[in-house]
Design a protein around this ligand. Structure first.
Ligand code: OAD
Length: 246
């Protein structure tokens, strides 16, 4: 592992602009199930079945209940060592930017500051009819209705088949300009986020990927680290700190 820590820390040190892309795996050690893992099931429905506009149209109550369950689950969890290591990284390297595919808000709670939540925010309700939005309100059991137009509200997240907000897409495109991309806890099955990783690799730019499913190895400019993020990220940052001191 030491060799990989050394390379990662050196790459971070010599990179001016650093991009971070996170997925469900970064919150795994906080106790939040990933999307495609075995623990991603709720009442025998998979997340990918429920997170669609069609599922909400067919059975809004069922989908709403799933979101209430997820809100409750996430509220009880806390950011983990990986989330905090990224805050440390940003403090050490000021030109560090983060885009997350997660809706759990744990990067907010870790104190990372400005970042892009590509797929929305779990604790946001948006009106299905007008532009009304509300955040961080106490959940009730029934589907709320819009105080402005009385239409049904829906979770403020991006579902499969829906458009990513333009602002998030623009940030993702800008991320292609970074010197190094840190990719943490994503299966890279969902575009356009996965496209950024492929773009970096095709252009032989530096990528460090952290995911326990990978074997640790370096191929061209991609360093794959097969460890849980909460275990390896703090070690990389410690190494970086020691390099900065010397
Ligand atoms: P996935 O559930 O597809 O993948 C999570 C990845 O995290 C897997 O590859 C795991 O191996 C890895 N992992 C597990 N534990 C880890 C740990 N401790 N440290 C690091 N990695 C770990 O989640 P995403 O790639 O985020 O979109 O999924 C992308 C999008 O698909 C989600 O944002 C969501 C989903 O359906 C929408 O809802 C639109």
């Amino acid at each position: 592992m030491e060799k990989f820590l050394e390379i990662s820390a050196n790459w971070l040190l010599e990179s001016k602009k650093i991009g971070i892309l996170t997925g469900a795996g970064i919150s795994k050690e906080s106790g939040i199930p990933t999307f495609r893992g075995e623990d991603g099931l709720w009442k025998n429905y998979s997340a990918t079945e429920l997170a669609t506009p069609q599922a909400f149209q067919k059975n809004p109550t069922l989908v709403w209940e799933w979101y209430l369950w997820r809100r409750k689950l996430v509220k009880e969890k806390k950011p983990n060592a990986a989330h905090y290591a990224l805050v440390d990284l940003k403090n050490l390297k000021s030109q560090t930017e983060l885009i997350t595919q997660n809706v759990d808000g744990l990067h907010r709670r870790s104190g990372f500051g400005k970042h892009t939540e590509m797929h929305g925010y779990l604790f946001r309700d948006v009106c299905t009819n007008c532009t009304f939005i509300q955040e961080d309100i106490e959940s009730n059991e029934k589907i709320p209705h819009c105080p402005q137009c009385q239409a049904m509200m829906r979770p403020g997240v991006v579902w499969f088949g829906e458009m990513i907000p333009q602002k998030a897409l623009t940030h993702l495109q800008q991320m292609a300009e970074v010197d190094l991309l840190l990719v943490i806890g994503t299966s890279k099955t969902v575009y356009p986020a996965a496209g950024l990783v492929h773009y970096m690799q095709l252009n032989n730019k530096k990528v460090i990927e952290i995911n326990p499913e990978l074997s640790s190895q370096m191929i061209k400019n991609t360093l794959s680290l097969g460890f849980p993020a909460g275990e390896i990220l703090p070690k990389i940052i410690e190494k970086l700190k020691s390099l900065i001191k010397t």
